[in-house]
Design a protein around this ligand. Structure first.
Ligand SMILES: NC(=O)c1ccc[n+]([C@@H]2O[C@H](COP(=O)([O-])OP(=O)(O)OC[C@H]3O[C@@H](n4cnc5c(N)ncnc54)[C@H](O)[C@@H]3O)[C@@H](O)[C@H]2O)c1
Length: 442
């Protein structure tokens, strides 16, 4: 099939490369000319394991191309996927300006029947808005073309995005027309050969499904963090409690790790958007609000743990920080807990020596080269002369460090672990003062 993917970011690029891998002809469009130029030169603008091979192979086989020319892409394609960002607006709702802008441009340029697919995460009612602006543009041109608007939310995870797209747990398609549903089923059939379901539903339900999925996962994270905070007051062992509940099949072991809370480009904004949707319908979403509040608190509590250890005096202290990305295997720092901690630490007069395998360039740019934050080429280089080590992201290489070397490089053997990577007994026997999430308070 001929496909246009509009918005070539984390979702659009993976979507485009994976559809091309299955033999479709895909044009990925982006408004950012420098991104398109880089992709045309074979440079992948994001870190996503496995993606480069897919992109290179499909570009070489001429099934995948990149362009800034939305008109040509739309005119050549039957299905147009909208995969632009939907950031949080000032009132917490999803900012749909980019989605509607693309919809307008599709309406301005379409030259035949099109299926317009919402791949971006968009709130209930967006398909109606997309339909309206496309129709307005057609009317302004005095043209009449049939089109359908479909909701096909994306569930990939950064870090395993290619695998997730190639082998989805399920594909959700929201559409009001049986034939369009069949077309999307045909497109996705090669991805679900192992019987993952393609769930066809109405558009509104598909739009809400994406938010409900993210909200449930966020709830699991805040839930286990709340239990960890109860552990720290009762002396219960959070690792044991986690295992004890996670082995119940009704609960499951995934997304039950205590830590610094959720971040990234999706959960925080999607939670806010869902809360906004509920409130605007006159329903106070108490569970969702509590999940968000616990998440915000988690970062603050961890910072206070650090500050308390130094009796509130962090001025002039230097902290090594391992991990900046919001989770491992990505260079994405959007809403990363590390950034909140860095802000608190800098405000308190501390300095930071950070290391991350992939996210240092993005963080350097975000912090606009603040001199109090130095970036180290290796995890060990970050430790040199620091008062303590702070762990923000659970990259695999941080899991089994040479603790003797860590000790010899730090000014004092102190670790604040926001991801519970180590055994408290082992660290104590090695002479570390080790602080982790859920630890009993003194
Ligand atoms: N990142 C994820 O893990 C993930 C997972 C599932 C769903 N989503 C959702 O997918 C959507 C996209 O997320 P993302 O992380 O890929 O965003 P992103 O910011 O990485 O990419 C969006 C791209 O759209 C481009 N763009 C903006 N306006 C444009 C226009 N008018 N024409 C062409 N291109 C334009 C931007 O230049 C950018 O490259 C969001 O709604 C997000 O919530 C993201």
């Amino acid at each position: 099939m001929k496909l246009a993917i509009i918005g070539t970011g984390y979702v659009g690029l993976v979507t485009g490369a994976c559809f091309a891998e299955m033999g479709n002809e895909v044009i990925c469009v982006d408004a950012d000319a420098s991104k398109v130029k880089a992709l045309k030169q074979g440079r992948i603008p994001i870190y996503e394991p496995g993606l480069e091979d897919y992109v290179k192979r499909n570009v070489k086989d001429q099934r995948l191309s990149f362009s800034t020319d939305l008109t040509a892409a739309v005119q050549q394609s039957l299905i147009c996927f909208i995969a632009v960002g939907t950031p949080q607006d000032q009132d917490g709702s999803a900012d749909l300006s980019m989605v509607l802008q693309v919809a307008r441009e599709i309406g301005r340029t379409m030259n035949g029947y099109k299926v317009i697919v919402e791949k971006s995460t968009v709130p209930v009612g967006t398909a109606v808005k997309v339909r309206r602006v496309v129709q307005e543009e057609l009317a302004a041109r005095g043209e009449v073309w049939e089109f359908d608007v479909v909701s096909n939310p994306e569930f990939l995870k950064e870090g395993t995005a290619v695998d997730d797209f190639m082998k989805p747990d399920r594909v959700v398609v929201g559409c009001d027309d049986v034939q369009v549903g069949e077309l999307l089923k045909e497109l996705y059939a090669p991805f679900v050969r192992t019987h993952a379901p393609i769930i066809i539903m109405d558009v509104v339900s598909a739009e809400l499904t994406k938010y409900a999925a993210n909200a449930f996962l966020a709830t699991k994270i805040s839930f286990i963090n709340e239990i960890a905070n109860i552990c720290s007051r009762t002396g219960a062992n959070i690792t044991m409690v986690r295992q004890g509940i996670g082995s119940d099949r009704r609960i499951g072991p995934l997304f039950l790790f205590p830590g610094l809370g959720y971040g990234g480009s999706c959960f925080p904004k999607d939670m806010q958007a869902l809360i906004h949707t509920a409130r605007s319908q006159g329903y106070p979403p108490r569970v969702l609000e509590a999940v968000e509040a616990v998440n915000q608190d988690q970062r603050r509590l961890f910072f206070h743990r650090i500050a308390d250890f130094y009796q509130g005096d962090l001025k002039g202290r230097t902290f090594a920080m391992w991990g900046l990305s919001f989770k491992p295997m990505t260079d994405d720092i959007r809403e990363a807990p590390s950034l909140t901690l860095i802000a608190h630490l800098l405000e308190a007069g501390a300095k930071i020596q950070a290391h991350d395998p992939e996210a240092m360039a993005a963080t350097r740019q975000y912090l606009e080269n603040r001199p109090e934050v130095r970036f180290a080429d290796s995890s060990y280089a970050a430790l040199k002369g620091a008062d303590a080590l702070i762990i923000c992201t659970e990259w695999a290489k941080f899991r089994e460090p040479d603790f003797e070397r860590v000790k010899s490089l730090l000014k004092a053997p102190v670790i604040f672990d926001g991801r519970n990577l180590y055994s408290p007994d082992k660290l104590a026997s090695l002479g570390f003062q080790y602080f982790y999430i859920g630890q009993k308070l003194d």
